[in-house]
Design a protein around this ligand. Sequence first.
Ligand SMILES: Cc1cc2nc3c(=O)[nH]c(=O)nc-3n(C[C@H](O)[C@H](O)[C@H](O)COP(=O)(O)O)c2cc1C
Length: 480
Amino acid sequence: MGSSESPKKQLILNAFAMQSPSHLNPGLHRYANDQGPAYKDLQNWVSLAQKLEAAKFHAIFFADVLGGYDVYKGPANLEPTIPSGAQFPINDPLYSVPAMAAATESISFGVTASTTYEAPYALARRFSTVDHLSKGRVGWNIVTSYLESAARNFGLNTQIEHDERYRIADEYLNVVYQLWEGSWRDDAVNVKDGVTGYADPKAVRQINHVGKYFNVPGPHLCEPSPQRTPFLLQAGTSTAGKAFAAKHAEAIFLHGQKPELIRPSVDNVRQQAKDIGRDPSSVKVIAGILAIVAETDEAAHAKFAELCQYGDREGALALFGGWSGYDLSKWADDQDFRFVEQPAVRSMVNHWSSTVPGMGDKRWDKKTISEYLVLGGNGAKIIGSAKTVADELERWVEVGDVDGFNLSYASIPDTFDDIIKYLIPELQSRGIFHTDYAVRGGTFRENMYGEKGQTRLPAAHPGSKYVWRAGEATPQYAKE
Ligand SMILES: Cc1cc2nc3c(=O)[nH]c(=O)nc-3n(C[C@H](O)[C@H](O)[C@H](O)COP(=O)(O)O)c2cc1C
């Protein structure tokens, strides 16, 4: 390689999972090899974490929801969802993270939690606890939530309006930054010198946050954890969602069928991040995809077709109902949704139909939609030999300007087993995926940025203004 050639961008690879019998693969528990129903078994998650760490995955990323998908054939009807196991039942993913962390040293764990239904004071404590127990290997996927069923169970008649949820989330982040970064001084705890008490009372302060949505006096219940603020991840493609991501997220998730189609969103978020003084490349862009890899293209397509047979079509339509809020059972079976009067559904379906090769002029009715969504949900599906899939991933990086991928599964763990067996060696031989962690035993943030010592929020991140540095009587922000 000539010295003028710049090094190739190193991919970030995460496993995309959920602590439910099925994540984006309704019905696959019926496939003999699928271990989705073992989601309740801690050893199952520990083994997966060890396997993924041996293959050098950056993280396991746990999606989570706080209600059932009950829009389809609804309202408030879980009957089509329950047989498919589609994201219901679902356990809280955070509890298993310390066990996985204890059995590994470098892989990290992204955990979804909602700013709409959890109090910031309690959430800050839960994440600090796990950041301590994992030695800084936890990340928070910030969501504002989208299910009516969650709203009803948290005591609301209906969901808080979409953009208002993001306004609440913005204040929420300011509260937790103050708790994580500005409530305990960096040198507050010093048990080593044996002279002072456990911590210096002058180095622990109340934040006295009084805002529009939250009043939190503090102090934070936990002493400073390795990362303080956990690595921050977010997904949102609305105008409000992108503005929030550009301000707060260190990694964003996107779903799209083609890199050409997500590129405008990527450019938009990076530009907005730049406009507020952040380094646009410090916002890592991760695309959600399903990769089915085998020895040959034919074998991969055969595997995909076989797995599809186990998919539960009703479960797929139930997932669509929860994501979109639209109950497709209200339309006739022969309705072609490319031409439906409802604009949001029409545009979604036209988006899919324009990107799926080999469909000809097939009608996009309920059956087609359910078949389309039954494996991998709304993300792109890349099926083929290691070479085919690696070529396509490289195209996503080049055309979509993405930094990496959240790899979902059709069947767990064999989708990951195939990726480890076929795809990872191919990516490594192309020099686009690391052969070891940038910082072995490091924190989530160090390994996402590939930089030893980058354990705390980058200086240009808006949360870092709350840091209470060693020796300061009060944090700088509190004097302003
Ligand atoms: C890859 C990806 C993963 C997501 N994971 C979750 C999740 O686990 N839980 C959740 O409530 N929402 C999840 N979402 C939904 C987003 O948080 C957000 O509500 C959705 O993208 C709509 O945002 P918008 O209204 O800003 O477009 C996810 C979205 C994407 C694209």
